[in-house]
Design a protein around this ligand. Structure first.
Ligand code: PNS
Length: 159
């Protein structure tokens, strides 16, 4: 089965990468789909977000990384995905992801969502934390894959 793992990935974290690797072991193909939404102001361009993920997961030959805009269900159908994957860190994530899953299951014929529980070591990780810590030159090595640390620091550090 083909699965889709959507997100903003601004930037990708070790938590996201763990979900991608685990999903890649469960499904035939994973489409990592990076949201291109001009109304959501991102720190990294769509191309930068896509390229950073590609750089980190280049050893996985069943993962495809692309951008998407519009409704997730439309994009999922265009790549023939049968399921959406979302990582869940805590009950707050669960509440919002549960609502999102219901919506995605009702619009345009719908698609199911499968939740993967975050690794216990990753529950405090978020792209927001990366951006905040990096802006003030804090250590992000425990949050971001080593392959992209320099790029992330160069972009986010306050000059
Ligand atoms: O990493 P994020 O920001 O939590 O990911 C959010 C994302 C990309 C999954 C969500 O914003 C999304 O699916 N956007 C596409 C618009 C859409 O389909 N909305 C209806 C269902 S909520």
């Amino acid at each position: 089965m083909i699965a889709i793992y959507p997100g903003s990935f601004d930037p990708v974290t070790l938590g996201h990468i763990d979900i991608i690797r685990r999903a890649a072991a469960l499904y035939d193909t994973i489409h990592v789909s990076v949201l291109d939404n001009p109304s959501k102001k991102c720190s990294f361009t769509l191309e930068e977000r896509v390229e950073m993920i590609k750089k980190v997961i280049k050893d996985l030959d069943n993962v495809v990384v692309t951008g998407f805009d519009g409704l997730l269900v439309d994009h999922a159908k265009s790549v023939k995905a049968g399921v959406i994957i979302r990582g869940v860190r805590n009950t707050k994530d669960f509440e919002s992801e549960y609502q999102r899953a219901i919506l995605n299951n009702r619009v345009k014929g719908g698609i199911e969502t499968v939740f993967l529980p975050a690794d216990p070591g990753h529950v405090a990780m978020s792209s927001t934390a990366v951006r905040e810590i990096c802006a003030f030159d804090g250590n992000i090595e425990f949050l971001v894959p080593k392959e992209i640390i320099d790029e992330v620091k160069n972009k986010l550090r306050k000059k």
